[in-house]
Design a protein around this ligand. Structure first.
Ligand SMILES: [Zn+2]
Length: 105
């Protein structure tokens, strides 16, 4: 017996902030680099990842709920100011139309 999911071709991810599920390409991937959580805009960092909407509201929600740390493992270093700057910059690029999407391959 074969079970096929309708949305098989579009991987869905859940935002660590608002918990909304959407197409993975609409999220910023967060990944671990040297034990620190960074925005993996080019999707070039291997390993565990978390996904967040490209806006600072979701980042603030995720920080408040400590869901970024949970998405990885206990003891990761979360540089809140660095993440805020990175997401603000991506948010600004999207707004001004100079953001060309995430490289997902
Ligand atoms: Zn969100």
């Amino acid at each position: 017996m074969k079970m096929e999911k309708l949305d098989k071709r579009i991987p869905q991810r859940t935002c660590v902030g608002c918990r909304e599920s959407r197409d993975k390409s609409t999220f910023i991937r967060l990944a671990l680099q040297d034990g620190r959580v960074v925005c993996d805009v080019d999707c070039k960092i291997n390993g565990r990842g978390a996904y967040i909407c490209p806006n600072t509201d979701c980042l603030n929600m995720a920080l408040k709920k400590r869901s970024i740390g949970r998405a990885f493992k206990t003891g990761v270093h979360i540089d809140e100011d660095l993440l805020k700057r990175e997401i603000e910059s991506i948010e600004g690029k999207i707004r001004s139309g100079s953001f060309h999407g995430f490289h997902s391959h």
